[in-house]
Design a protein around this ligand. Structure first.
Ligand code: GTP
Ligand code: MG
Length: 421
């Protein structure tokens, strides 16, 4: 009898060990084994999201995963947190001036880090644009019409567009005729100033607090980065304490709605989905604006299906969404943002033309600048279309969506030290 009891106990222990081993990996982290560890504050979708995934949900989760992985790897955010205060000895107080100086230097350090990251994000474009201009100066010392011809060739191949190149070269020629270009530095400075001037498009400041709810419509071709950018933007806005509603206006694919819903959960934003697959996107966006008014949301961001700018019926559909938003709320949408993938170079300029003819675009979001040498297209878009760049994407992490500053951009683009490469 005792032997039987001992055998039963051993068997139970062995079964227990086996069950524990099977469970252990799923308790480690929501990601697959080997996936980067996520920071504690990263609100990943609940475990149930992946457990119940269908094909579409898996695709949507993969789209969002890239950003999650980049967030985990992005040390910049962590570094940006102020260091914990050192304990101050009894009776010792920093005087006001010292406190202000410390705060200033902290701000300065953060700004330096941001510029450094921007320089890294623009490294490829700098290689395909600015470094080539520098190459022309290395070979030719004299500033003459020949040198300007060579510069023209470089600018043409830098994706800034024929019209913008012609404009820049005519400015240089004018300065040369007036004998104002005596050194390579003078040419360099004039180019830099004119490019910054072209990138500084007169427009109302980006200010989501100027209307409630502030309504944003996001458009662009397939895969430009619309949904990801909406997710990053929602994340930044909710971190600022704003209440955001997302409209799943891409009703063609279930995966598109799922992708937005995952972002909704990550950012704590309500998502208004279509009633059924293939539902009229305009009615979804209308419902979302009404819902935002009802719940007192601060911002509504409407996602739309990607489309080629050459697909006339789909462009008509965008116009309808635009009209219907205006019916749901007078003055809406307050921003119509064209998302453009910088890696498409010259084609981006064409997209800006076609979408700009169909809709009253208020701004451009240029994504994937980190992965291309074709970022010079940004100059062409601003100069030719006079549309402000609102945001640029220089990586997959949330913080890699940056509010655009022409001065910082030109600084980073024309930066010629090798220390950050
Ligand atoms: N490197 C990099 N990748 C980006 C950036 N923005 C978006 N992406 C990636 O681009 C891919 C497509 O992004 P989506 O947001 O799904 O594009 P979309 O425009 O919504 O696509 P459709 O809905 O199919 O029209 C994803 O893998 C994103 O992670 C960026 O600034 N840099
Ligand atoms: Mg999308």
């Amino acid at each position: 009898m005792q032997i039987i009891v001992v055998i039963v106990v051993i068997a139970l222990v062995l079964i227990g060990l086996f069950v524990f081993k099977r469970k252990a990996p799923s308790q480690l982290s929501p990601g697959a084994p080997g996936s980067p560890e996520k920071p504690a504050e990263d609100d990943t979708p609940p475990a149930g999201d992946t457990a119940t995934e269908t094909g579409g949900e898996t695709e949507a989760a993969e789209q969002v995963e890239a950003t999650e992985a980049a967030d985990g790897a992005d040390a910049t955010d962590a570094v940006e947190e102020p260091a914990p205060e050192e304990p101050v000895a009894e009776g010792v107080r920093l005087d006001e001036a010292a406190e202000t100086a410390a705060a200033d230097s902290l701000r300065e350090a953060r700004r330096d880090r941001k510029l450094q990251k921007l320089r890294q994000g623009l490294a490829k474009t700098r290689g395909g644009f600015i470094d080539k201009i520098a190459g022309v100066f290395k070979e030719k010392k004299e500033i003459d019409a020949d040198l300007l011809n060579e510069l023209e060739e470089v600018l043409i191949t830098a994706d800034i567009g024929a019209g913008t190149t012609e404009w820049l070269i005519s400015i240089l020629k004018g300065a040369l005729d007036k004998d104002e270009l005596k050194s390579p530095d003078a040419v360099w400075e004039l180019l830099r100033a004119e490019i910054q001037h072209a990138l500084t498009v007169e427009a109302p400041a980006w200010d989501p607090a100027r209307k409630k709810p502030f309504t944003i419509m996001v458009v662009g071709v397939n895969g430009a980065g619309k949904t990801t950018t909406i997710g990053k933007l929602a994340s930044q806005l909710t971190e600022q304490g704003l209440k955001v509603v997302l409209a799943a206006g891409d009703t063609f694919r279930a995966a598109a709605v799922n992708q937005l819903e995952i972002w909704g959960r990550r950012t704590g934003s309500e998502v208004v989905p279509p009633q059924k697959e293939g539902a009229d996107p305009a009615s979804v966006v209308h419902d979302a604006v009404k819902r935002a008014i009802e719940v007192g949301a601060d911002v509504v961001i409407a996602d739309t299906a990607g489309r080629l700018h050459t697909q006339a019926p789909l462009m008509e559909e965008l116009k309808k969404i635009h009209r219907v938003m205006g019916k749901a709320l007078e003055g809406a949408p307050h921003e119509v943002l064209l998302t453009v993938d910088a890696t498409t170079g010259q084609n981006a300029l064409q997209q800006a033309r076609e979408f700009g003819d169909a809709l009253p675009l208020t701004g451009v979001i240029l994504t994937k600048l980190d992965g291309t040498a074709k970022g010079g297209v940004i100059v062409g878009i601003c100069h030719e279309r006079k549309i402000p760049i609102r945001f640029i994407g220089i990586g997959e992490a949330k913080s890699d969506l940056r509010a655009f500053s022409a001065a910082d951009f030109v600084d980073a683009l024309f930066h010629r030290d090798a220390d950050d490469e």
